[in-house]
Design a protein. Structure first.
Length: 338
């Protein structure tokens, strides 16, 4: 006969740790409210017994799942990792669990994931950018699930948001480029048709050109996938044009690193023959050769603020959108035109 192995309960943990079941519950759900010595004793008992909370029972008892969903466009681009890490850390401090999904920049997949996460009891959602259908916004309102937009900020946005002004940030970088004498500008960008942050950066670059008396229609635009290889291939296409750019701005550091790698492979000197800039200031930007001029984005602060704001929204408290500042980082890939 098979031996029946009993599943350890909350009471078992309390007995081994020598505390009440209420204290065990606080240790698991709000550890900051328990003294360190008690918390260590309880967690040692949890490990000893192999205890795992009964999620279904907790949901029935509390009437909530204590989970939050986040849907990001891709898990392959490091531009999201730092902010999501900070977001999760802050949620954990509030006793919440994060579920993450990726939409592959496809609106129909994002809508499927929104519905699935809500169906699984997500009490709030973190979404990237504003570009989604009125139907899915109506769905979230009908389900009474708060959704916070991050990685973007617009003063008149239809949803509460925390992030930076992509248009203004790219415009500031372009102004620096133009001030150094560049007149033949190119941009390697994610596809603006499916990425409203990319579209805003394009608008910012063209606005800076217009303000400087340059024709924005002369911008050599290369929409592409948001990958290292795609950035390299886009740079090759630009360099093979009859009218070569003197500077290639990139919508992300990943695209810029791909462009820089391709330039090295083609024997193109950066920045003597062409300047290259990025956008995000990932760790990658400091280790390229030469180090990458870019726009620093406050990813970790954005993640923490997003978690705090979403927690307040889930509690029914009023929340206002938050704009975060960006900072230009000048390194070795930007010089005057050749």
């Amino acid at each position: 006969m098979r031996r029946t192995i009993s599943t350890p309960t909350l009471s078992d943990v309390a007995e081994v740790a020598g505390v009440s079941t209420a204290t065990v519950s606080r240790c698991l759900n709000a550890p900051d409210r328990v003294q360190e010595a008690t918390r260590r004793r309880v967690m040692a008992a949890v490990q000893q017994l192999g205890y795992s909370p009964n999620f279904g029972a907790r949901v029935l008892a509390e009437g909530r799942t204590r989970t939050v969903g986040a849907i990001i466009p891709t898990m392959e681009n490091a531009i999201f990792s730092r902010g999501i890490q900070a977001f999760q850390e802050e949620l954990r401090d509030h006793g919440l669990t994060l579920l993450i999904a990726s939409s592959s920049y496809r609106p129909e997949i994002e809508e499927e994931q929104i519905r699935a996460l809500v169906g699984r009891g997500a009490e709030g959602l973190l979404l990237i950018g504003f570009q989604r259908s009125a139907g899915i916004r109506d769905f979230l309102r009908a389900q009474n699930v708060p959704a916070l937009v991050a990685w973007a900020y617009e003063a008149d946005a239809p949803q509460v948001c925390v992030g930076f002004d992509n248009q203004a940030a790219m415009a500031a970088l372009a102004q620096e480029v133009i001030a150094r004498g560049h007149r033949r500008l190119a941009l390697i960008s994610a596809d603006p048709a499916v990425n409203d942050r990319a579209a805003a950066r394009i608008r910012g670059l063209r606005a800076a050109m217009t303000a400087a008396g340059l024709d924005p229609e002369t911008l050599a635009l290369e929409p592409t996938d948001a990958s290292l290889d795609a950035g390299g291939l886009a740079f090759r296409r630009l360099w093979e044009k009859t009218q070569r750019p003197t500077v290639v701005l990139c919508g992300t550091d990943v695209l810029a690193a791909g462009a820089l790698t391709m330039a090295h492979e083609m024997g193109v000197d950066v920045p003597r023959a062409v300047s290259i800039t990025g956008f995000a200031d990932l760790d990658l930007a400091r280790i390229t050769r030469p180090p990458l001029t870019t726009m620093h984005l406050p990813h970790r602060r954005m993640g923490r603020e997003a978690a705090r704001m979403l927690v307040r929204m889930m509690a029914g408290d009023p929340v206002e959108s938050l704009k975060l500042d960006c900072e230009m980082v000048l390194r070795g890939t930007l010089a005057g035109p050749p």
